[in-house]
Design a protein around this ligand. Sequence first.
Ligand code: C5P
Length: 244
Amino acid sequence: MEQRQKIYEGKAKILYETDDPGLLIQYFKDDATAFDGKKKGIIRDKKMVNNKISERLFKELAAAGIRTHMVERMSDREMLVKRLKIIPIEIIARNVSAGSLSKRIGLAEGTPLPRPIVETYYKSDELGDPLLCDEHVFMLELATPEQLNAMRDTARKVNQVLTDFFAERQIRLVDFKIELGTEVGAKGDLNNGDILLGDEICPDTCRLWDMATDEKLDKDRFRRDLGKVEESYAEVARRVCGVV
Ligand code: C5P
């Protein structure tokens, strides 16, 4: 697969076109940012670890019937993916209160939620990814009611599959973010309406706590200067994919 023009560079990854208009190469960067890019750093070997973890999780989700953009992992830092038109809504699912939920509603971090919740945020660096209610989604025409329902259903299903998958590895899935998009047909900008899971799922986009000790094994170690960032990512990779 030939790598062509760069079409997108985000905080954690770069997307390149290929000789197939329906496929892109997703390149994982070592750069780490938090707080809407205000805190910057490098997490050594992050690209390799996140790529491997994402691959394993996407495989698990595909086996459970959830369609994802992954075609295959091409190398340590590259994944071949289907080209999606990303819906600019970040979907967050939560099982335990932490982060912005604890801050917003005053629930102590670590409080288990009576049932999982799914939230929608506007994917906008400029605005700091604000929380959206459905009225906002429809007013801004970010998604149709059918799409929004499909996105929430997917998030709930992803949550079920990954909660079990991580629990088998002694990890508590506290919360996670996913991005979804419609598949862009190989013949150009035709879009067939199916919603696929895009982006990546890894310790950058999930909160993962050791089940026995509640030790954080995710990006909060970087955000909160807790140390052992690389070691924690490697530990997740070890439990999820075997030795890395
Ligand atoms: O910050 P907050 O508590 O809302 O984050 C919830 C979950 O979503 C966390 O696992 C966090 O890593 C992830 N997230 C993300 N990208 C964002 C915002 C949150 O991956 N832009």
